[in-house]
Design a protein around this ligand. Structure first.
Ligand code: HEM
Length: 453
């Protein structure tokens, strides 16, 4: 019954919110999907407020082994037979090596990010404009799926997937491989009678996606030579490193951008023209001050842009579920009570409940307040958790916080900058897609001032 409530009758947000309401507590024992036969034990202790949630970040208190996707784990045949970084606990030596590799890769490519983003997303927006002229509508998600894939691979490795043997098939192969790992948690809008036996009862056999995975691997093995050399110098085997680079790029980075960029765009679309004017003014002044260039220093000056991106990540964290297994008997505190948890119990957080906690964000907790984190408001950043850690803290080899944290926020800001250098305002319909928000442009108003005019 819980499974059906989660997938069909209530939907995920209501599933958790209604149970908090019913039991009058933000820490509770509940079941989470997918349950049998994919997960041995669906029982978790759910932490659903801003105060209790951070227990999941404390790797002294929780073990983070094999629980990236939750109470089930996809077959390692989908990742070359390896348990990749996201499934490793920081106590495992390979975790340190792979995470260090990713830090080194991102540092070595930091100057490539802004030019790659601008080039790929300005051509996306040119396509949006021609689609608007032709049909009055333009589906951002569809264009973003292709563009983000090209952009992220270009930024990390300097080799366009579309110029390799993959051609334009990369995003489709990636999406299929992602579905083979995430199908237990999502609904595809098919009738219950089909979806339950096909997608929510047993894991899909990896063999049906192995050809696609091999093609993706081939691209990485050829394109990531420098990163693979780096990996060897860190003591990693080239093959294991390549599967990890593939996962970090396609699952963590591409999967994240697929959900995050429509999320940011959708929230800003809904915030309306007045807010767009404020963003456009800020972006254009900072870029003009930097001699017409989009630089890191210019981005740092954009307080409202930064705040709007964090606000979108707060309301719509792209990765909503986090898990951790209690390492010892412990107490977990909510705002109102203390709960005893036993060693070995699975802790689970549904992040949107924690980051919309009214005890922290007040009566506007569920609303988009674009300037929430400007000035004094920055004190609230410690309650933004999208990266599996506080926004005021940093990822390291010793924790499980997302190593892409700074890059992700940078990319979010770059999207806002690109939009408001080019447009005074825009309009879009915002709906729901498989893994997150869906955004369809319905109109753009070209910039009448500033560097983009
Ligand atoms: C971990 C979110 C982009 C690489 C995580 C976790 C979250 C997250 C929530 C923790 C998962 C858990 O342990 O429960 C996101 C979001 C992204 C994004 C929302 C984009 C919108 C990236 C990027 C990279 C990346 C660009 C590229 C390096 C990783 C890796 C881990 C991770 C390797 C595992 C960290 C560890 O084992 O210590 N991410 N991420 N992610 N992320 Fe990201």
């Amino acid at each position: 019954r819980d499974r059906l409530d989660f997938y069909y009758f209530q939907g995920e947000a209501k599933y958790f919110e209604s149970r908090v309401e019913k039991h009058g507590s933000t820490v509770l024992r509940i079941n989470v999907p997918p349950g049998p036969f994919m997960a041995r034990d669906p029982r978790v202790v759910a932490v659903l407020d801003a105060k209790s949630f951070p227990v999941l970040f404390d790797v002294d208190k929780v073990e983070k082994k094999n629980l990236f996707t939750g109470t089930y784990m996809p077959s390692t045949s989908l990742t070359g037979g390896f348990r990749v970084c996201s499934y490793l606990d920081p106590s495992e030596p390979t975790h340190t090596k792979v995470k260090q590799l990713l830090f080194s890769l991102l540092a070595s490519r930091k100057d490539a990010v802004i030019p790659a983003f601008r080039s790929h997303f300005s051509s996306l927006l040119a396509t949006v404009e021609s689609q608007l002229v032709l049909g009055g509508k333009s589906n951002f998600n569809m264009l973003n799926d292709f563009t983000s894939f090209e952009f992220i691979a270009d930024a990390y490795f300097g080799v366009l997937p579309s110029a390799s043997d993959l051609g334009t098939t990369g995003p489709t192969k990636a999406a299929k491989w992602l579905i083979f790992q995430l199908h237990p948690l999502v609904t595809f809008g098919l009738p219950l009678i089909l979806e339950e036996p096909l997608l929510h009862t047993v894991l899909l056999p990896p063999i049906f996606v192995s050809g696609d995975y091999k093609a993706l691997y081939k691209y990485f093995y050829a394109a990531a030579t420098k990163a693979l050399d780096m990996a060897e110098s860190l003591g990693l085997n080239r093959d294991e490193a390549c599967h990890n680079l593939l996962f970090a790029t396609v699952f963590n980075s591409y999967g994240g951008l697929k959900v995050m960029l429509p999320g940011i765009l959708g929230r800003i679309a809904e915030a309306g023209e007045k807010f767009h004017q404020r963003l456009a003014a800020e972006v254009r002044i900072a870029v003009a001050d930097a001699g017409g260039k989009v630089t890191i220093e210019a981005l740092e000056k954009m307080e409202l842009t930064k705040s709007a991106v964090w606000e979108a990540l707060r309301l719509e964290p792209p990765v909503k579920f986090q898990y951790g297994r209690a390492k010892a008997d412990m107490n977990i505190e909510s705002h109102d009570a203390v709960f005893a948890v036993k060693k070995g119990e699975m802790l689970f957080g549904y992040q949107p409940c924690a980051t919309k906690d009214p005890r922290v964000f007040g009566s506007t907790a569920r609303e988009f307040v674009g300037d929430r984190f400007v000035g004094e408001g920055s004190k609230l950043l410690q309650y933004v958790y999208w990266s599996n850690g506080r926004e005021t803290e940093s990822p390291s080899v010793d924790n499980k916080q997302c190593p892409g944290k700074n890059l992700v926020v940078l990319v979010g800001r770059l999207l806002v900058v690109e939009m408001f250098l080019r447009y005074d305002t825009f309009a879009a319909d915002v709906g729901v897609d498989l893994l997150g928000p869906k955004v369809e442009f319905t109109g753009v108003t070209k910039a009448t001032s500033g560097p983009g005019a």
